[in-house]
Design a protein around this ligand. Sequence first.
Ligand SMILES: [Fe+2]
Ligand SMILES: [Fe+2]
Length: 253
Amino acid sequence: MDRDYSLNGDVIFLSDTHGNCQHDATVNAALSWVDRHKPRFRIMAGDFVDLAAMRTGASEAERAVALQDDLDHGWALMEAFRPTAMLLGNHCWRPWMWLGSTRMEQRELGQRLIDDWRERFAKIGTTVYPYHAEQGVARLTPNLVVLHGYHAGLHAAYKLAQHYADPDGYAIMGHVHSKAVGTFARHPAAATGITLPCACDRSKLPYIARAVGSLRWDVGFMTGRIVDGLFDASWTWHITESEEPRGGRPLWT
Ligand SMILES: [Fe+2]
Ligand SMILES: [Fe+2]
């Protein structure tokens, strides 16, 4: 990709709102930042809906979670945020997974959602990327790629830098719900991976009560600037809440 020197402007990265499990204070803070700064790039790094009931291998309890409220919240946010780029995440990708189902009603619902989303994203001018380790990578500038993310665990930012960032460049992903920076030595200059905080409310997600990883989640969003066609090093996290472990609590008091 050639450097476009005329490309300048603010950029906001919002990620992992998970539909009706969104963290309202964070989403409102992100929308008011958009209002004030009018960023040229508004990136949604995935998981704008939760779709618990559509997970492959969903439990009975997950299959009982209604879809409509989740979809309504996800779309209310998309229509307010109007992402310029959407990196579909593993949760958003469930309708596509259902296209391969042996059950007719699952294939039909999957297809209906995909058709609806295609139309709605087109209406708000969003370029949509698939959940795909190669095709799901949006290159915004010669030194910046964004993806939903295909790494997990403590070293996700480092592995992200290793796989996706160019020398002296940045790769930014959602998915892990926590903020981290990892650098990878690469000739002639280090590559940087940044993982985004999520914008969902841990207490609303039905399936993570015993997921230890969620104890290190951060809640917030990220902003930065593109200057003369390159992503600028002065990016910032805006953390609404760090999900610090709150410790043991007796069941009955
Ligand atoms: Fe997520
Ligand atoms: Fe994800």
